[in-house]
Ligand binder design. Sequence first.
Ligand SMILES: [Zn+2]
Length: 347
Amino acid sequence: MSLPAPYRFLDLAGSPREVGETLGRLSPPFRRPSWWPPAPDLEFAEACRRLVGRWHPSLLEEYEGYAAAQGLDPMRLWQQVCRTSLRSRPFACSAVAWRDPEGWIWVGRNYDFQPIQRIRDLIRLCPRDGLASLGMMGSAPGGRYDGVNEAGLFVSLHAVMADAPPPRPGIPFHLIPRILLERCRTAEEAVEALLRMPHMLPLNFLVADPQHVYAVEVHPLTVAIREPGGDVMAVTNHYEHPAMRAWQGRRDLRFSIRRKERLEQWVAAGGGSPRERLREALSDHEAPLCGHRPGFTTLWSLIADLGHRRIEYAMGFPCHTSFVPFPWPGPEPATDITLPGSRLYRW
Ligand SMILES: [Zn+2]
């Protein structure tokens, strides 16, 4: 078993500054991806930085370490990663939570974008002042798009296409899952944090712990919570809550709705082991949930059994890429992992 380039697995621990320095050293020189919209002005970026400092100050130290390792001006780096818009590309990411017959929550998730995204790092992090976590980092240094923490919390992030007011300072989207994973022990704590946090962009989150699951629909002016009606709940890229739908205007939401419905149907009707039920649903080519198009490519997929603290990632299409078990995040380095061919780092 090996992780194909450009996927990497990094096992990091230490002070925020040390973690940032290590990440900066191991990463290519930061370049703002071509598909990102223009950076906000310095004053706006500084206001966002202050807000992040209130929520999770160690993140700012980590950025300083990253900037130092790459020879960048820390404020300039911060300004570049502080995104106030997600526009310019269509979005598709799907996640589902399922309660097994014993009552434990399982989650499955596909992250879809375009092959142009080259940074695909799975990071197992044991921070000095937060909960240990395991999750995927994309183009924005320090961010997470999905992951689990040592307490059994799962978080995934989904862009939503909706009208939004002119941006006001808030927490940059890529840091929201990171903050939840390092500071919250339960799905309920994560929901409370999402309700209180200043948001800049329309987003959906699936948050789950071994016993509870919520879909949190976030807009800069409103936040709505959905709870599952039965044993299955999926989240894609549109708002479902009646209080939120008007923000979507007249956009064509059919692809997002089709994926959500298909995922829920697959998982509800599936047989075999829980893991196989989720793997088959995530591999669906009818909606499709597993994307093979240039504009809709599934870059990774995960299945987690939150009750028994097990997680597997497929670094590629879930339909034909093996799911590899990774060690659950905790205070110890991941000494029991064998991934010949992958790049494994321990600090
Ligand atoms: Zn496929």
